[in-house]
Design a protein around this ligand. Sequence first.
Ligand SMILES: N[C@@H](CCC(=O)N[C@@H](CS)C(=O)NCC(=O)O)C(=O)O
Length: 212
Amino acid sequence: MSITITAFEKSPDGGKGLARDTRVRWALEEAGLPYEVRLVSPKAMKEPAHLRLHPFGQIPTYEEDGLALFETGSIVFHIAEHHAQLLPRDAHARARAITWMFAALNSVEPPILDLVTVRIIEGDKPWSKERTPLVQERIRQRLHQLAARLGDAEWLDGAFSAGDLLMVSVLLRLRPSGMLDEFASLAAYVAQGEARPAYQRAFAAQLAINAA
Ligand SMILES: N[C@@H](CCC(=O)N[C@@H](CS)C(=O)NCC(=O)O)C(=O)O
C-alpha cells in the first residue's frame, strides 16, 4: 500500500504542529503505516490539480492506491478502521470512539477556530476586541463540560483511540492562547497525547519541513 498526504510547503505556524497534516501523520504513525508527503504552495493549493483532490483547496489530502480523500475526520477514520490501536473492535466501544471523533471536530473545534478568526483573521476589525470575550466564554463552557466528562480518566473512553487523537489535536490549537492551562486536567490530557511516541514522530516530521 502506498500512501501520500499533502502538507503546507511552509506552515503558517512555523512548525508548532497546528497545521492539520499533523493529525493525519499522527494517525499514520499510530497505525505504523509508512507515508510520503507532497508539499504544496499556497498558489498550488488553489490550482486545478489540487482542487481535484480537495474541492476547498486546502491541506491535508490523502491518496492511497487510487483512493483520494480530504477532511481530516474522514482521513483519520479511514486509517483507524483497520487498526485496533485507533478504534476498538468491540462494536459499542468503537461507536463511542467514533462519537468522540465527531465531538472533537463538531463540538470542540468550532469555538476554538472562532478564537483564531476573531483574534488573527479579524484582528483589525472594530468588533474584534468586543467579540473576543464572548468567544472565550463559549470555549470555557465547552472545556468545563469536557473536563467534567474526562474526570480523572486517562483517555475519553477506556483505551486511547482516534477520538482522543482528534480531541488532543483540536485542544492543542488553544495552547497559544493560554486558555488550555486554565483546565489542569485537560492540559495534562493533551500533554499525555503529545508524549506518545507516534505523536512525537509526527511532530518531528512536520517540524523538519518547517524549520528548514
Ligand atoms: N475541515 C478541514 C479543514 C482543512 C483546513 O482548514 N486546512 C488548512 C490548513 S490546517 C488550510 O488548508 N488552510 C489554507 C486555506 O484554507 O487556504 C479538515 O479538517 O481537513
